[in-house]
Every structure is written in structure tokens, then in C-alpha cells.
Design a protein around this ligand. Sequence first.
Ligand code: BG6
Length: 479
Amino acid sequence: MTKISLPKNFLWGGAVAAHQLEGAYNVGGKGLSVADVMTAAGNRDERTITQGVQDGEFYPNHVGIDFYHQYPADVKLFAEMGFKCFRTSIAWSRIFPQGDELEPNEEGLKFYDRLFDECLKYHIEPVVTLSHFEMPYHLVTEYGGFRSRKVVTFFTRFAQAVFERYQDKVKYWLTFNEINNQSNYDRAFTLFTNSGIKIKPGENAEAVMYQAGHYEVVASSLAVQLGHQINPDFQIGAMIAMSPVYPATDKPADILKAQRAMQARFWFSDVQVEGAYPTWLTRYFAAKGYDLDITPADLANLKRGKVDYLGFSYYMSFATAASDHEDPQFSYNESTDLVTNQYVPQSDWGWQVDPEGLRYSLNWLNDRYHLPLFIVENGIGAIDELTPDHQVHDDYRITYLRDHIEQMELAMQEDGVPVMGYTPWSAIDIVSASTGQLSKRYGFIYVDRNDDGSGSLARYKKDSFYWYQHVIATNGADL
Ligand code: BG6
């Protein structure tokens, strides 16, 4: 490869989400969110979703890493690494504690004023996700989450409040984090965190997911329209989990299966980018007998509220194979239809590590959407060891990130893919979303907190901190 030269304004940074690090779950008028009723699980177990907060259960997000109180020192460390941007989310239930109030909570708004000001002090551009697995829990119990069209109104009210408030502080926005996780509709975690939905016995989870997904893409399109009215300079993106699905073999049925899997995973961004439903999907609804609430006004809004760029996370690739009894729709069920890819290794949590899949993904998304792309998550969850002299030798993390950045640079340099920035997951150790563990660490900064809630919460720089600092300082030329 010829020597890399990334754009001068390339957005190097790091990413987190409010519920995974802020803690202070009931401070400053904050209401409960869906993240506050999930317990901790072990490696590869699912977190339990409880009915409200139960005595005797442990909820790791309640304390997080106490970023709510410690953010000035943490942002200073981000600045020391050279971050140009910092991706976080606004906890919806800090601003609208129940979700259905008419007026926002001033104390919640003030917290993000302070946080964004702290970032801007160091010329760190905030990149803000509106909804990152943080729906107010009251919207779940009272409205069934995004089963209800009313939640579209509550979401747009929230979006309007924060767009107006932070219009001079935040330029880059993302509407719904990994909106397409719920294409794995059989997994309780994804429907609950994306949409605040619990499936009832006997229900067709796929149909429920498509209805909720529709309301969310409509909510996203309304937010985009509002945001552009409030500040025409806003850049508002969609955000998907980009795990490309490869066919397990060159058998034509496997290829058709993988194609359908990609269609089923990425219809959300198809709609958010194109402003219209893909034809295969409207046929699919008819074939399955799904009679969804999709109005002409919704379709008009989708057209009017197309996103400006596409944000995505990339951790791994998937592979799938057709079964012997494939139906004509090649229906994809992510809980049962994935197979192991023998050509790539796996992380300790079974995630398939595939750096070249990032180059593939960047090309695939560029060919499909023709929009600027922003890698807003990429990283590896691993067990780190803090040495007695407070060091963490995380060469495996450096290897993972270096291999992925290399592929990103190849996609940019060799293939001409427009990438706006790169914010690895995570800026600092935080609570894992899927397991609730602290020991599934992603950060450049070690936080002394353990899975059982013990630890001093002290911060220590890992080897990867210094490595990434150098990557940013050389604008990606020296990995
Ligand atoms: C993404 C989410 O799914 O991956 C993050 O946007 C999450 O919230 C990250 O933390 C890593 O996943 P996990 O489950 O290992 O924390």
C-alpha cells in the first residue's frame, strides 16, 4: 500500500453509551430506563430483564463507571489521547424521566451542557446518539415500547428538546443505535433494548419486530426533518450493526440465504437512506400475512427524512447456510441460521474476528448507499490484567484495532470509500451491553471495577492508550 494519507479533518475518537458508563441512575431527576432493569450475566449468558428494579438483584448500569460524576477527568484523558471527537448518547430518561412528559427535565439537560462544554474545551466534537438502548422504562410498562405509535411522538419530542438545546454544541447526531439488532427477533435482549418490547406467549415475534421497526424508522425520519429545521448544518445519521453475512459455501442456495440475511438485517438502513421500503420486503410482508400499520403519511415522511450519513458498528462477520427444507422466502432467523466460519478466529466471547470483513463492509455499504460512512464502533471485548504497578499490557487489543484500521485505510485508499471517522469501542472500560460484565473490557483506559460491583473506580492508562495516541498523532500513518 502506498503511504496512507487520511483527510486532515478525519474524526478519530472513541465511543461509549450513556447507560453503560454514567451510573447515577436515579440522580438529577433521571427516571428508570430499560438498561436499569437488566441484571449482570456471565460470558455468553443472557441478562435477566426484571419487572422494575427488584431488591436483592445486582444492576451494573446503576453505577456504571460513575462517569456522571467523574467525566471532567475522563474527558481530560480523552483529550490526552488526542480525540477529535467523542461519541456518547443522551440518556433519554434523564431528559424525559417517564418518557411521556410534555416538558424536559432541566437538571438532565444541564448535565449534557456540562459534558459537551467539557469536550468542546479540548476541541473534541461530540457525536451524539439519541437512543442507545435507553428508552424510559415507563414507556415499556405503559405503552409496550415501540409497539405503540404514541412512542414515535414521545421520541420526536425528546429529539426536538435536545436538538434545540444543543444546536450550537453538537453537529453530528445518530438516531437509533444498532437499530437492526432486532432483526434477531427471537432474542429477548435485542427487542427489549432496541424497542422496549417483551414478546408475549404465542406472539409472532417477527411481525412485532417489523411493526416496531417501522415506527422507529418513521421516528428517525421525523427527527431528521426536525433537526434540519432547527440547524441546517446538523449531520444526522442512521446507525446499524454491520455484521455482514457470508454464505457458508458456494452452493447457490447458501448464496440466496446469505442474500436474504443481508436484506433482512439491512432493510432498516435501506429505508433510512433511500426513504422507501425495498420491494422484496413489501412482498415478504404479503407472503407472511403481516398486515402492518404503515400509512401514506408515514411513507411521505420516510422520503422527507433521509439521513445525511451512515454510522455503523463493526465487530465481526457472520456466515449462514440454507437448510434442506428452505421456504420460498428464504426466511432468515438469526438465532438459528448462523454457522461458524472456519476461516476466522473467535474472541473469548465467541465473536468472529475478521478484519477483512471491515473492508468488505465498507465497500458493500458504499456501493449500496453512496453516503459518507462513519465507523462509530469497533473493538474487542477481552479480559485485561492490571499489574501491581497499574499497567495493562493489552497487545491483543492493539492487534485487533491495528488490523481493522489497516483494512479501513485500504478501503479508503485503494477502493475510494468515503469514511468520515473512526471511534473505537470503547473510549474507556464500561459495562458490557449484552452481558452486563465489567470484565468484558474494551477501553483504552482501565477502570478498577469488577463484575460484582467491587473496586475503587480508579482509572489507569493501558498500553493501547499510548498506541492509539500515536495513531491519532500520525493521522493513521503509523500503526
Ligand atoms: C454494540 C453496542 O452492540 O456493541 C454497544 O452498540 C455494546 O452498546 C457493544 O457495548 C459491544 O457489545 P457488548 O455486548 O460486548 O458490550
